[in-house]
Write a protein that binds this ligand. Structure first.
Ligand code: FPP
Length: 256
């Protein structure tokens, strides 16, 4: 089978090279509001339908053996949306976590959260903390929800931690390097993002995982809004990723 030509007669999933999987996929789940509007419904209807797509992404990752999936669920900037929408998303989050935990656990998924947890409503925070604890020993996919998260927030909290350690004489300036800085980000030991997917037609990374995506392959799925995303889209994205040449600053000849 050719490595570069998608064979229409074979399911995309079967054409994925299991030895070249992206270790970490990050998704910007965009287009819920526009999808709802197209149906003549309120924006929150789109967020509700986004849950089915989240399930598809998580189960699709499980099926092919992806290790880390990080979903941009609520950005720092999303707090500026109308209160009715913010409250709706927070309620949906608490309800979904509560309902989905048994299924996540059954699928050996470990749940994580990055972002400013303290700014979340108490009920959502509690549900998340219970779910994180319940799934902490699972060894399959690590599903990380970015909540009240922004890349700049993440970098600043790491910088503050470094400043504190220096002030307390626990760290020397000379010891600051990429590896130690990376370990202070909220993603901790998670590998950097290999593949970043955005649905919905916009071409930007919206303050998401800025440090961690330094060499991510960006894939914009322009033709679909997030509620339309299913596991076939995920497989297609992984297949496309595998056709890219990742050079990390080297020449094409060097990486061949
Ligand atoms: C972006 O679409 C979507 C969000 C800001 C919220 C995403 C949240 C969910 C799918 C619910 C997630 C819950 C769990 C448990 C993961 P948009 O509203 O910006 O769409 P638009 O660009 O069309 O306005």
């Amino acid at each position: 089978m050719s490595q570069n030509v998608l064979d229409g007669s074979v399911a995309i999933k079967e054409q994925i090279d299991r030895d070249k999987l992206p270790r970490h996929i990050a998704i910007i789940m965009d287009g819920n509001g526009r999808w709802a509007k197209k149906q003549g419904a309120m924006r929150i209807f789109g967020h509700h339908h986004g849950i089915k797509a989240v399930r598809e992404a998580v189960e699709g990752c499980g099926e092919i053996g992806i290790r880390f999936l990080t979903l941009y669920t609520f950005s720092t900037e999303n707090w500026n949306r109308p209160k009715i929408e913010v409250d709706g998303i927070m309620q949906l989050l608490a309800k979904t976590i509560h309902e989905e935990v048994p299924r996540l656990h059954e699928n050996n998924v470990r749940l994580k959260v990055i972002g400013d947890r303290d700014s979340l409503p108490k009920r959502a925070r509690q549900k998340l903390e219970d779910a994180i604890d319940y799934t902490k020993d699972n060894t399959g996919l690590t599903l990380c929800l970015a909540l009240s998260y922004s890349g700049k927030w993440d970098i600043i909290q790491a910088a503050k931690s470094i400043a504190r350690q220096i002030k307390n004489n626990e760290l020397a300036i000379e010891d600051i390097n990429e590896e130690m800085f990376g370990s202070l980000l909220s993603t901790e030991e998670t590998p950097d993002v290999d593949l970043m997917i955005r649905t919905g037609g916009d071409h930007r990374i919206s303050n998401y995982l800025l440090w961690q995506s330094a060499y991510a392959e960006l894939l914009f799925m322009d033709d679909i809004f997030w509620p339309e995303f299913d596991r076939e889209h995920l497989f297609e994205a992984v297949y496309t990723f595998q056709q890219r040449e990742r050079r990390f600053g080297k020449t094409g000849e060097q990486v061949k």
